[in-house]
Design a protein around this ligand. Structure first.
Ligand code: SAH
Length: 350
């Protein structure tokens, strides 16, 4: 019988587990805080538990751990990029970004990704496997322990499509938010999706007040389909309806991510159509200058035309910002670092 991964259980699940093994309920609280507050890694180290109880837990359960495989420090800002080693030797990446409002962690939700977006390095080898809730939380804990600093904001914008790993992602959110553990406010968490419409409705019905961020990238279905294959399944209109539903359920302003690609989605007609489709939706547009990758031969527009695009949106009463480039010198963009590591044709450490 395989062992239960105790650090992937939500607080309620851990309580159920503890009572089913005939232990007192308060043991769940002690165990949960040991794992999710105090960075506990081995059942053996829970000294408030008797040796008998630790042995019992060790027989039935285990804690999943990750290791920092390598850290890359940006020379241009305080961004730190991590490669983490999982127990099955898979490698994932995460980023710690120091903003004025606090330390933000960008974490992965899958090893690889099956969405196939043309400009994204995370998806070039397909999906390898889903991450467990513990493996998402452990990225946060590992960065905090390494930097000796609390993370205040989390963005699910690393490798993977969080809504394609729905149940584990929801559990992770519950775990990281719980007051007996890390207690991170839902309002400080952003989930980015390429637009899995049924899952957006499901997420809205959970009524978790996190920020939903949509990878829109074009206001035209035909162009969007060339960038994001899932756009062949779900139209922009369906996404917009799902966003309205999400807003009505959670009262949270939606973010629209828009990776600017020269000549593809930065034209006058793109701007005009973008204004049309976003009209009446309480949203904010986050413009991302394309980070060129080897497999996608397009370029980012000039700084000047990015600014023009932003200003035109603002004039139309659509708040827009250009995403500040963090750690540009350390491949700090969506799967680029892991890709470099796994791409055997390159000498990684050069
Ligand atoms: N699967 C989620 C999270 C992806 S990463 C999603 O699709 O939203 C977060 C954002 O970075 C997405 O909007 C993604 O489309 C964008 N992105 C990926 N690769 C990029 C690149 N090379 N340049 C600019 N933006 C990129």
């Amino acid at each position: 019988m395989s062992k239960i991964e105790l650090n992937s259980l939500t607080f309620d699940e851990l309580q159920d587990f503890i009572t089913t093994i005939d232990e007192k309920k308060y043991r769940a609280e002690q165990l949960y805080s040991f794992i999710h507050k105090n960075y506990g890694k081995e059942i053996e180290d829970i000294t408030v538990f008797s040796k008998d109880l630790r042995d019992k837990l060790n027989r039935i359960g285990k804690l999943n751990n990750i290791e920092i495989f390598k850290r890359f420090d940006s020379k241009v800002d305080d961004t730190k990029k991590y490669l983490f080693l999982l127990e099955d030797d898979n490698i994932i990446e995460g980023v710690a970004m120091d903003y004025k409002h606090g330390l933000t962690a960008c974490i992965s939700t899958q090893v690889g990704c099956r969405m196939g977006c043309s400009f994204c390095a995370s998806t070039k080898e397909g999906l390898i496997r889903m991450l467990n809730p513990s493996e998402m939380a452990n990225q946060i804990y590992a960065m905090e322990e390494d930097l000796d600093k609390q993370i205040s904001n989390i963005v699910l914008m690393g490798s993977g499509e969080p809504l394609d790993n729905y149940d584990n992602t929801i559990k992770f959110l519950d775990i990281i938010h719980h007051k007996k553990g890390h207690n991170i406010s839902y309002r400080n968490i952003t989930l980015s999706t390429c637009g899995l419409v049924p899952k957006i409705y499901e997420l809205a019905d959970e009524q978790i007040p996190i920020t939903l961020s949509i990878s829109l990238h074009s206001p035209f279905d035909e162009i969007r389909k060339t960038m994001i294959p899932i756009a062949k399944k779900y139209s922009i209109e369906e996404i917009m309806n799902a966003c309205k539903y999400y807003y009505n359920k959670t009262n949270r302003r939606i973010t629209m991510e828009y990776t600017l690609v020269k000549g593809v989605n930065d034209r006058k007609q793109d701007l005009k159509q973008l204004k049309t489709i976003l009209k009446g939706l309480n949203c904010h547009v986050n413009l991302i200058p394309l980070n060129p990758i080897e497999e996608f031969k397009e370029q980012r527009p000039s700084k000047k035309s990015i600014e023009r695009f932003k200003t035109a949106l603002s004039i139309a009463n659509i708040p827009a910002t250009v995403r500040k480039e963090m750690g540009g010198d350390i491949n700090a963009s969506c799967g680029q670092l892991r890709r470099r590591f796994t791409n055997k044709s390159k000498n990684f450490f050069q």
